[in-house]
Write a protein that binds this ligand. Structure first.
Ligand SMILES: [Zn+2]
Length: 250
């Protein structure tokens, strides 16, 4: 079976951390609510979901499953097919983007797949927010890393799942509305979560969010140049290329 770290979080969360993506940690989060069990992101395929399924079989057998995709990127959605019968939830843009580029991404990054990946599109979508009131779990649109990026908040445990909107040292940009991205990160700080977990970072601090905000702010104040050197220079160079491409495409 695929190896991953498993950590119990607060009263009802379980954090799975995988290291198989070229050493980049990737998280999957499970919330065991009273009515549903929620799985946030599904990593690289059905084999990578085996530890999650084993955990569910032991701790919440037979409970209806809700799978949530934070955004359309391949390393967050390939395991959707491991949950037959689950409601798969995302922002409407996420579904549209998986439909548009999913097959291409599967071909381009196929060497990373774990098990037989069949693309499964989210079947339940929302525009700004979707709440499972009786479970105390909400999903909401938080554009930034990508236009479709969404987050999950566990109101009972105060745990925020931020997808790829927060990264260390710098965020990866796939969308050029940086002012809107900043608003998303400000909203995270206002939420006052007891724990923030990102798609590739299991323990996000306020300082990490603050550092990401500073970086985004540097574009607005003409100071982005300074990131050409230092720890985040490769990410910054890549971001500049993406922004240029987006700018040129109108
Ligand atoms: Zn991503």
């Amino acid at each position: 079976m695929i190896k991953c770290g498993i950590e119990k979080i607060n009263s009802r969360g379980t954090l799975f951390v995988f290291d198989d993506l070229d050493g980049l940690p990737t998280t999957v989060y499970l919330i065991n609510g009273p009515r549903h069990v929620f799985v946030v992101d599904t990593f690289l395929g059905p084999e990578s979901m085996e530890p999650v399924l084993a955990h569910m079989a032991e701790h919440c057998p037979g409970k209806p499953v809700v799978v949530f995709n934070t955004h359309y990127h391949w390393d967050h959605v390939w395991g959707n097919c491991a949950f037959p019968g689950a409601a798969i939830v995302s922002h409407s843009l996420t579904r549209a983007k998986i439909a548009e580029v999913g097959a291409k991404e599967l071909e381009a990054y196929g060497k990373y797949r774990q098990g037989r990946v069949e693309l499964v599109l989210p079947g339940l979508t929302y525009g700004s927010r979707l709440c499972f009131e009786d479970d105390g779990v909400e999903f909401f649109h938080t554009p930034g890393h990508t236009e479709d990026s969404s987050s999950c908040y566990d109101r009972v445990d105060g745990v925020l799942l931020a997808g790829d909107n927060v990264e260390l040292p710098l965020p990866y940009l796939y969308w050029d509305k940086l002012g809107r991205y900043l608003e998303t990160l400000e909203g995270y700080l206002k939420l006052g979560a007891s724990r923030v977990i990102a798609g590739h970072h299991p323990l996000v601090t306020g300082d990490i969010i603050g550092g990401n905000m500073e970086y985004l702010g540097d574009f607005g104040s003409g100071k982005a140049e300074k990131h050409r050197v230092g720890e985040g220079r490769d990410t910054h160079a890549r971001n500049m290329a993406v922004l240029e491409r987006l700018g040129n495409s109108g």
